[in-house]
Design a protein around this ligand. Structure first.
Ligand code: ADP
Ligand code: MG
Length: 703
């Protein structure tokens, strides 16, 4: 039986499990084989090599271990308050041990005069510390069991605990498992990598992550296994990337010609920022390289990605190719179409728009013109790619605000082609820290616009408590009087759609009372509206018919209304940082000073406070992203859901940035030097990756 098969062994075959517990392990924790159990890591460790003198027990927060002799055991109380109280004494003092259940067992096991080791979290009761239901063991057994070193605490569930699988139960099972795996977890990293990072061997790492003898041993084990976890991901991403380079030839865009220059010299209404120039150069280098481009363009809201997209599409046109620009919503597609049509003025470039609202007749004309190559630039929603739109010669696909697109979807898109596939540029306004980008978008090259166009007045961010609402409304009234528009955003309350709606409608009523029709016109947009009504409401705000837009977070992505100067966010404590930053980015797009007003109640958690302070302190999306990552971990950051990142069991993306870098570098090293892992020294690595990627990257494809 090979090693893989051993780790795939169903969990019921492990000694001490059996069918009933196996069933529970599956349903409660998703542990169905040896490998899953191996990955059930302790969530915390306590030092069981130390005994605390009883007199030094002063806090109730942590697990500790004491040793002493039982001096007294007594049953107190009646019926439901019946309990056993035992007194434990060491040379420094005494404390009580209390049991409310399992009394019979306690009476048999806990005997005066005997020495015990007691482990648990102290409680405070009437000024004295006690243990309730501690783990307790005869001292002589403790010695025999070899309970030395750090002791892992495992998470469990009520039902599992009822079947003996509490933390201690897991401890025993995993001990059993590790014993069984002895000699069966061979090293797969080549010697030079092991040496470079001073890694402990794999088997040792697995043992020490569960049963570390010291905190150094634990650290080494964690380092090694985190690396392993990240390395597998990076190998997969870089393999996808390199496969694309091998299999997909790129169209060579060698010329920068008439359309580009004509636009650049005559129609571009502003000087490009240095950052815009730099990324255009990076993109151009890709597009003329003969390889197919797959690039992520990251730029904070308002950094000017649209014009970069346009310029790239003009370069495609100069080389005789069509382009398409895909937006996530109809309203954004409309906006891009308008912006781009205006920018191109009367240049001989034909721009088409394809959305769900395009009529059948228009559609037919459009399809025909696309097929003939008469339409040079096609702007639209998802329909662009998914429908049977046939291009004459599509050379560049730009995907805007596409953080909902994971690696798997992307690779599907790209793998469609046999030989030539258009260059792909993914644009996102979600700033994410470099190491996270490396993981979510690790199969892409990354360009960054890290500079806003000059002359922007930084948005002023203000925090107001709810009781200042009238002042805030007064301020809004003045802004509207001077011709500005205002967003008022209410939070989504996740538990209930109905509640959301109610929340929003109450908010709407509140706004309506202060800003009555017909003096004021208000748009309302929420998640339960159908797309058509939503678009209509938005459109009224975009074209200035309404002065106020009351909404849930649906306006987060992309909408551009330069005349809007206030973003008022209600119940700000309910929003995540990145979300707040995205919302704030909806204003500050015009010439006027803009404001972001954060409203909250007085009751704020420490984290909510930190989010508000961060928003006030900085407008820098990357700085905000770093804080957000630290606060919430990667699971809540957009894009991670699809990336497989959530599956990270050990790595903390915010804290382990160095390990991510190392894993990336190492993976790159293999991809550069032995992309198919054919060299004998890499054979075990290849074997390992094949086993770990069963359903994912096809490592066999290359060979
Ligand atoms: P985003 O990156 O959020 O998509 P946009 O492309 O919508 O940003 O650009 C925001 C605004 O900035 C637009 O009104 C655009 O015309 C303007 N803009 C873009 N680049 C520059 C520049 N270099 N100088 C001045 N204004 C610019
Ligand atoms: Mg944009």
């Amino acid at each position: 039986m090979s090693n893989t098969n051993l780790l795939d062994t169903p969990i019921e075959f492990l000694k001490g499990v059996g069918p009933q517990r196996a069933q529970l392990l599956r349903t409660e924790l998703g542990i169905s084989n040896y490998n899953d159990l191996l990955h059930h890591f302790p969530f915390r460790y306590v030092d069981r090599s130390k005994f605390y003198p009883i007199s030094t027990v002063t806090d109730t927060g942590t697990f500790i271990q004491v040793r002493g002799t039982i001096t007294h055991v007594e049953v107190v109380g009646e019926k439901r308050s019946k309990r056993i109280v035992a007194t434990l004494k060491d040379s420094s003092g005494t404390m009580d041990l209390v049991w409310f259940q399992g009394l019979k067992w306690v009476v048999e096991f806990v005997k005066p005069g005997q020495q015990y080791v007691v482990f648990g979290k102290p409680n405070e009761f009437k000024g004295k510390f006690n243990f309730s239901h501690p783990e307790i063991e005869l001292y002589e057994h403790y010695i025999q069991l070899g309970n030395e070193g750090l002791h892992g605490i495992y998470s469990s569930t009520e039902r599992l605990k009822n079947f003996g699988l509490d933390s201690k139960g897991f401890f025993k099972l995993i001990k059993q498992l590790i014993a069984q795996l002895k000699g069966k977890l061979p090293e797969f990293l080549p010697e030079k990598i092991l040496q470079k990072y001073h890694f402990v061997l794999r088997e040792e790492a697995w043992k020490n992550i569960h049963f570390p003898l010291s905190s150094e041993a634990l650290k080494e084990a964690e380092f090694r296994l985190k690396f392993e976890e990240l390395f597998i991901i990076q190998m997969r991403l870089l393999k996808i990337k390199s496969n694309r380079n091998v299999y997909l030839k790129g169209m060579k865009f060698e010329t920068v010609g008439q359309n580009f220059y004509h636009f650049y010299n005559n129609f571009l209404p502003f000087e490009l920022t240095e950052a815009q120039k730099r990324v255009i150069k990076e993109i151009r280098t890709d597009m003329k390289s003969g390889k197919q481009m797959n690039r992520l363009l990251q730029g904070d809201v308002g950094s000017g990605k649209t014009v970069v997209a346009l310029i790239c599409m003009l370069i495609a046109l100069d080389n005789g190719y069509q382009s398409s620009l895909m937006a996530p919503t109809e309203i954004l597609a409309n906006q891009h179409f308008q912006t781009i049509s205006e920018l191109l003025k009367d240049m001989p470039v034909k721009v088409g728009l394809l959305t769900g609202s395009t009529s059948k007749k228009q559609r037919e004309l459009l399809f025909d013109s696309i097929l003939k190559g008469e339409t040079h630039i096609l702007i639209g929603t998802h329909a662009l790619i998914e429908d049977k739109v046939k291009f004459n010669n599509l050379g560049l696909v730009i995907i805007d605000e596409q953080h909902r697109f994971g690696v798997e979807q992307r690779s599907k898109l790209w793998n469609k082609s046999e030989q030539f596939f258009p260059h792909v540029l993914v644009m996102t306004a979600t700033p994410i820290p470099r190491t996270l980008a490396m993981t979510i978008y690790g199969d892409l090259d990354i360009s960054l616009i890290n500079e806003l166009p000059p002359g922007r007045k930084p948005i002023q961010t203000i925090h107001r408590f709810d009781d200042k609402r009238l002042d805030v409304y007064e301020f809004i009234r003045k802004q509207i009087a001077s011709g500005r528009q205002v967003y008022i955003v209410f939070p989504l309350i996740e538990e209930s759609e109905k509640l959301n709606y109610k929340n929003l409608m109450e908010g709407y009523d509140m706004v309506l009372q202060r800003f009555p029709i017909p003096e004021y016109q208000i748009s309302v947009v929420h998640g339960q509206m159908n797309a058509k009504t939503k678009d209509w409401e938005m459109q009224r705000f975009v074209n200035g018919t309404t002065q106020i837009m009351v909404a849930t977070t649906v306006i987060e992505v992309g909408v551009n209304v330069p005349n809007a100067s206030i973003m008022l966010i209600e119940s700000v404590e309910r929003f995540g940082l990145s979300q707040l930053h995205q919302l704030r980015g909806r204003v500050g797009r015009g010439a006027e000073q803009s404001y972001c007003i954060l409203m909250s109640s007085y009751k704020l958690s420490r984290e909510a406070r930190l989010r508000i302070d961060t928003m006030i302190k900085t407008n820098d999306g990357f700085e905000i992203a770093e804080v957000d990552l630290k606060l919430r971990g990667p699971g809540n950051i957009e894009g991670t859901q699809q990336s497989g990142l959530i599956d990270l069991k050990l790595t903390n993306i915010a804290q382990d940035q160095n390990i991510i870098e190392s894993a990336r570098q190492t993976a790159q090293f293999f991809i550069d030097n032995d992309p198919s892992l054919e060299q004998p020294e890499n054979a075990s690595l290849l074997q390992f990756l094949r086993e770990n990627n069963k359903s994912k990257t096809n490592w066999g494809r290359i060979s």
